[in-house]
Ligand binder design. Structure first.
Ligand SMILES: [Zn+2]
Ligand SMILES: [Zn+2]
Length: 264
């Protein structure tokens, strides 16, 4: 029914074996655009021209600095793929100015046309993702306030609901929505010895899991190394029902909200 592809699962520090976190839904809805978004998409065989929507969670560089590269590819290489469609950008007010400034800094003058004509800016807090089977609701989360942090509640037309919580520490807005969501994607940006209200650590993830036993929890934005890397923080020992994602993992969601993991 749906496929959620994790092309990166690391926090801002790109721990060994992990690129910055991003998620790609059904190959056409991108959640966040980290600096290495282009190589991440290429690795999965996805071209930027295939994207219909980009959803931004907040304004930290590990979630946004790839945007000029996405635009450059769509501007200069888009025709090669026979696609010149408009990309819809979903973000908070002020996002258009911030992302335009990034493009002007990165590729001065080169992206003026596509910024003017190739993007539809959408500041709505909810709505349909046109041309897809999904609708969204954006909600505030707890993270560095300067970044205007939010998560997205994504609902499939068949009823399956995914909660993508962006970067956030424990948060009532997430708690309120979790019982209605089959899948909750939580970040785990820091180890247990770091006490930050702006990130989940492994203990926070475990207590969330105990409060929401019916919900499938996927962990990304991981501070720990990948399983095959030798250096870096060890992967925390979490119960099996909590799935710590690795780069390239693809989650296939059935109509009954069953999920299976496909490795690429
Ligand atoms: Zn981050
Ligand atoms: Zn952040």
């Amino acid at each position: 029914m749906a496929e959620l592809h994790f092309l990166g699962t690391g926090n801002a520090f790109s721990p060994p074996g992990r690129m910055h976190a991003l998620a790609l839904l059904d190959g056409e809805i991108l959640i966040d655009a980290p600096p290495t978004v282009l190589p991440q998409l290429r690795r999965a065989g996805v071209t930027p021209s295939q994207l219909k929507h980009v959803l931004f969670t907040h304004w930290h560089a590990d979630h946004t600095f790839g945007f000029p590269f996405l635009m450059l590819d769509r501007e200069k290489m888009g025709d090669l793929d026979g696609c010149d469609s408009v990309l819809e950008i979903h973000c908070r007010p002020g996002g258009k100015e911030l992302l335009t400034e990034l493009c002007d800094s990165g590729f001065p003058g080169s992206l003026d046309e596509i910024l003017a004509e190739g993007i539809r800016w959408n500041n709505s807090e909810e709505g349909d993702l046109d041309g897809t089977d999904w609708s969204f609701e954006r909600f505030p989360v707890i993270h560095s306030p300067e970044t205007d942090p939010h998560g997205y509640c994504l609902t499939h037309r068949d009823g399956v609901r995914i909660l993508h919580c962006g970067d956030s520490g424990p948060c009532q807005e997430i708690e309120d929505r979790a019982p209605e969501s089959q899948i909750v994607i939580l970040e785990m940006g820091v180890p247990d010895f770091v006490k930050s209200p702006f990130h989940h650590n492994p203990s926070d993830i475990m207590s969330f899991s105990r409060r929401h036993p019916e919900t499938r929890i996927l962990v990304t934005h991981n501070y720990a190394k990948s399983p095959e890397s030798r250096q870096g923080f060890e992967i925390p020992d979490l119960p099996n029902e909590i799935l710590q994602l690795n780069d390239g993992d693809s989650i296939v969601i059935g109509e009954d909200a069953s999920i299976s993991v496909k490795k690429i």
